[in-house]
Design a protein. Structure first.
Lengths: 343, 343
DNA sequence: GGGACAGATGCAACCGATTGCATGACTTTT
DNA sequence: AAAAGTCATGCAATCGGTTGCATCTGTCCC
């Protein structure tokens, strides 16, 4: 543990007999510095194991070259692929990421926002927590002109660029597919309907029904927190309905899988007695039996778009429109859980 | 976008007619400052919306109050619960986390290490990538006396505190259970055997066999990358063995689930024809049919231990032993996939 | 009354990189 | 040959918080 002292530009300056200013410019490839000096400096910097002191630089520059990301949960294929997509763009532009997750709690989300604000991120990317209804934790960013981009879980009420999938269209596709399979009584199991993603999927469901001339039946709607226990409860509730629904659109794969399992234990057959469509194309969709028909959307692509937008905003402040919404399409992946006609 | 200027201690100092030094001390609750002054300063700071400038502080203090975490993948229950455990300890001690993930790639792991080193984290917590065999990216930390703690995926060869589960014991329990169910030919599907976790699980397997007087059969060992395709291939290989194994110990739940599914498609019954035990207690273990018997280990607890150790090292440098290994126990969770006797 | 001492506050020098402006050397133009 | 221009480099202030040491005020005691 022999605490080697850090090398600074002053050390390099002394060694090559130049001023720190020249060393700083040489390392930054400043045009006013001669090629010879640059070579000498960079060579020596490498030899001495120089590492730039970000604090000094940040303090002087008032920028951190860091982007904060706030997500509700890390434990999801979708989220991690969005992050990977963001990363692919931001690292190319020499920006770093700080990832904070809220465990779906508004309290933690607000705390994370404060923390990232104190860390002085240059930009913020956020997907809202399950129960976030208050958005004052974003106002400090707005006030300081720090760009904020929301993705997936957004709130239409607040300003900022938003990147989302067309949840309504996805919901429409899911239910349209079930209708084509001959289903008529379609249960809808979903998360907090105040959150745009769930509200829009429901709208899509209803629009598909309307297009087929079927009335929406409020008693088939189940709103819960998508936890394992809630999924089991939802399954029991479905089984108890008279008559039982002939299909269920569950807006989350894990919840759908648990529902299916619980129903199967009761001897109910899928898809014969009840068809299922999920949402997200999580790994469980492939594992559950029968395979779960679901909505797939390209997280990586979404991340790239989010990242590109953020970098644009950071490199050309004031140029890009601040309040646009970018909507991506998604695909229905058909597996056994919904195929009544082919059984 | 009206770029409000930031409040500094100098602004506060001017407002209360004191020196910046006194303001700094007052905000830090320094004992030399009178209660009255402290009250006045903190009140005004709150009113003006003062936020401390971490760079200035870090620059002066040569500490960042930040801990870096490097993991192979975020998309795992286990990893995210470990992170949550670490977080619970570190936030209480006023430390922040930066999470970097390597996507199981050594190249990215090394890049992340460099990046965290440049960010000057005060400590580093790491679980190694799948293919990491070179450890020179950790030497800069050692050289500067920055504490490094490894967890789960570790390497016995390198110095540093390590927190692991007893993989050998877990492997022993898994195979012992299969033997108790009457299995005699147990296949072993696993990841890179250079990685401690997989090597140790295999050792446990072999020890359990030895204890039962059964010889280890090398032809039943399959080492792969645990991907979906590799899992399918492994299942085909198992089905093709003559005679077919009567059990499989697969050291990863997702891989086990895919194997089971592939075999079932071939008409092979689980557990009657072949029993399965997995590893990790991932969400798929509950979803696959029959439910997957697996090894559960407490990620959150592991995270708390890792975090506590790190904080101890940071607060009392040189006091804690640097090269200890902490081993946690794990539990066998029995589900249908291994219960031959009760079928 | 004066010395000793505790308590509260200020001075000024850091920490390391950046940058507008000035300077000096050297070349080109008229 | 003098004026103008080009190129490379240095000076010194700046970003905002921290801290060893000095200073000042007031109290206590002999």
């Amino acid at each position: 543990m022999e605490q080697t002292k850090d090398i600074t530009i002053y050390d390099i300056a002394k060694a090559v007999d130049l001023s720190p200013a020249t060393v700083s410019r040489a390392l930054k490839d400043h045009p006013a510095i001669s090629k010879k000096t640059k070579d000498k400096v960079t060579k020596l910097a490498a030899e001495l194991g120089y590492r730039a002191n970000n604090f000094a630089s940040n303090l002087r520059m008032q920028r951190t070259h860091t982007i904060g990301i706030m997500v509700h949960e890390l434990n999801s294929n979708f989220i991690t692929s969005v992050i990977a997509g963001i990363e692919s763009v931001t690292t190319a532009a020499q920006y770093d990421l700080i990832i904070a997750h809220s465990s779906e709690s508004y309290i933690k989300e607000a705390a994370n926002a404060r923390n990232l604000f104190h860390k002085r991120v240059d930009g913020l990317i956020a997907s809202l927590a399950y129960d976030t209804t208050d958005f004052t934790h974003f106002t400090p960013f707005e006030r300081k002109g720090i760009p904020v981009i929301y993705f997936d879980r957004v709130e239409t009420g607040i300003a900022g660029t938003k990147v989302v999938i067309d949840n309504e269209e996805a919901g429409f596709k899911a239910v349209e597919h079930l209708l084509q399979q001959g289903c008529k009584r379609i249960a809808h199991v979903t998360g907090n309907l105040k959150r745009n993603v769930y509200a829009d999927r429901l709208k899509g469901h209803q629009r598909a029904l309307a297009a087929a001339g079927i009335n929406w039946n409020q008693s088939l709607l189940m709103e819960n927190d998508l936890s394992e226990q809630a999924s089991i409860d939802a399954a029991h509730a479905i089984a108890a309905m008279q008559p039982m629904p002939d299909a269920a659109f569950v807006t989350n794969d894990f919840c759908a899988a648990i529902c299916m399992q619980t129903l199967k234990e009761k001897g109910i057959r899928i898809p014969q007695d009840i068809a299922f469509v999920g949402f997200n194309n999580d790994s469980v969709a492939k594992i559950v039996e029968p395979g779960l028909t679901t909505i797939h959307y390209a997280g990586f692509e979404m991340g790239k778009i989010v990242g590109k937008n953020m970098i644009d905003r950071l490199l050309h402040p004031g140029q890009s429109p601040i309040d646009t919404t970018i909507t991506l399409q998604s695909d229905l992946i058909v597996r056994g859980s919904s195929l009544k006609k082919m059984v």
